[in-house]
Design a protein around this ligand. Structure first.
Ligand code: DSN
Length: 390
């Protein structure tokens, strides 16, 4: 590489990644193939529009790549192309969610999503996000006692507020989601049901947690978390007389974006093929086993785990109230100094600030990719305990 400064920084980052225990629940390590595709000549091409309807010439291979990615996305999640459409152009999760609202919810309409402090995402209507500024946002949360979604309160809220769309999606919710209940609530309030499965998509693809596709109108996901791909996103929508897919396609392009990132789309296609393998199914199962073991061992060592455990790839540790009065920032900084990377996280009923909240979020997707098993999780939990108490 001629650019020595960037080359050096990439080398250092590679070394950093290899030298740490990575428990960031939303990160993972992609294959050599995915890296190769990302760094390919596909980055040179403009392909504004959709296959067979491009605004530029020279898109013969772009069309093939985009169609391949779409076909594989439907196949991975066992969806019929007669019943489901998929858009593969959104640059990442936030623009994907924004595109769904832009396509389906009139400006000033109402979005209902999980509050950020209880485990939602900025784009589920949080006040500082465009999604909380352009639309009226109603936020639901978890039951303070069980720390699980309070479906009864959600139902009352939805009936009262009549949102245009209900988002069942989470970045820090460790439990399984009852999508059937969400469907009933959406039907009772006349709302679309959108599932943002960014965190758990890989677990759905691996068949180790229930799929939302039976109940949702729209499903969004990033591709770089448990799916173990490049930074990108997929938007699935049910095909019926409402023609949601047309509205969503128009919202992605030309509504929000110009040319799609073809190198990302091709890398997503490569990831989707990898995720169809038996090895990937085994991986998805191990991710959950590892998370359960990690959470249980921390619990045994005296740390309070939000909601008492996990059903997925992540757990929330209450280091403040349930631990030794260590804030999330202090915990995350201490761990980083000792080579364990986590993120500080708010917990339900948060009393501190998001910059220095009461807990940390830990996840097992990345370390499971590196071959870690149950015995390693026990060691990691013991190491965390020692570092935090030290
Ligand atoms: N930042 C992602 C996460 O860590 O969950 C969501 O965008």
């Amino acid at each position: 590489m001629k650019d020595k400064e960037i080359e050096k920084l990439i080398k250092l980052e590679k070394k950093r990644q290899r030298g740490v225990i990575n428990l960031i629940a939303s990160e993972n390590y992609v294959s050599r193939d995915v890296l190769e595709v990302l760094g390919s000549e596909l980055t040179n091409k403009y392909a504004e529009g959709y296959p067979a309807h491009r605004y530029y010439g020279g898109n013969i291979y772009s069309d093939k790549i985009e169609n391949l990615a779409k076909g594989r996305a439907l196949k991975l999640f066992k969806l019929s192309s007669k019943k489901w459409a998929v858009n593969v152009q959104a640059h990442s999760g936030s623009p994907a969610n924004l595109a769904v609202y832009l396509g389906l919810v009139p400006l000033g309409g109402t979005i209902m999503g999980m509050s950020l402090t209880d485990g939602g995402h900025l784009t589920h209507g949080y006040k500082v996000s465009a999604t909380g500024k352009f639309w009226k946002a109603i936020q639901y949360g978890v039951d303070p006692k069980t720390e699980r979604i309070d479906y009864e309160r959600l139902k009352d809220l939805a009936k009262r507020e009549k949102p245009n769309i209900i988002v069942a999606g989470f970045t820090a919710y460790p439990r399984l989601v009852d999508y059937k209940k969400f469907r009933e609530i959406a039907d009772a309030s006349g709302a679309y049901l959108m599932v943002d499965m960014s965190h758990t998509a890989g677990l759905v693809a691996g068949g180790v947690i229930p799929s939302p596709f039976l109940y949702a109108d729209v499903v969004t996901t990033t591709t770089h978390k448990t799916l173990r791909g490049p930074r990108s996103a997929l938007i699935f929508s049910r095909i019926d007389e409402r023609e949601l897919y047309k509205k969503i396609d128009r919202a992605v392009f030309p509504g929000l974006q110009g040319g799609p990132h073809l190198n990302q789309i091709a890398a997503v296609a490569t990831m989707l093929k990898e995720d169809m393998s038996p090895a990937y199914k085994k991986y998805a199962k191990q991710v959950i086993t590892n998370a359960k073991v990690l959470a249980e061992e921390l619990k045994r060592l005296g740390w309070r785990i939000v909601s008492g455990g996990t059903d997925t790839h992540l757990a929330l540790v209450d280091t403040w109230m349930g631990g030794n009065g260590i804030s999330g920032k202090e915990a995350s900084d201490k761990l980083e100094k000792a080579g364990i990377i986590v993120n500080k996280n708010t917990i339900p009923g948060e009393t501190r600030s998001p910059m220095d909240p009461s807990g940390i979020r830990i996840g097992t997707a990345a370390e499971t990719t590196r071959g870690k098993k149950e015995k390693d999780m026990i060691k990691i939990a013991q190491k965390i305990d020692k570092i935090l108490r030290g």
